[in-house]
Design a protein around this ligand. Sequence first.
Ligand SMILES: [Zn+2]
Length: 145
Amino acid sequence: MAVLKADAAERLPPGLAGPGLVPSNEAMHELSIAEAILQQVDEVVRQSGQAGRVTRVELSIGVLSGVCADSVRFALGLLTEGTELAQTEFRIRQPGAECVCGECGQRTPIDDLVMACPQCGSSEIAIQGGRDLLLESVELEEGRR
Ligand SMILES: [Zn+2]
């Protein structure tokens, strides 16, 4: 198995991440993201100069990225059907976000955007993490033997 670490993770084009914080239910949105992911996979494999079937692709889709991981998985299934990526396993990690309070100093894990600190109710907060939309790694079956 050759694991190609997308160097410091290939960040997908920002335009494709959508407005970021606004959850979208548009299937087209996830479909274009899935297309971009497949292009990136292609690119990573090409740049590595290695041959072989892609066995696994690891993605990171943050809980606040505005992208529905299930829809992306579904779109990837549609797009890879009948292609050489049909057997590829797409693993999607969904990193969480934290609300960091400037008032009480608490860091609280969150799944949704919050407007105030869940601990003390202060609005002096910063939201950290959870916005990733990354291609993390591409795993190849050893090619030519
Ligand atoms: Zn607080």
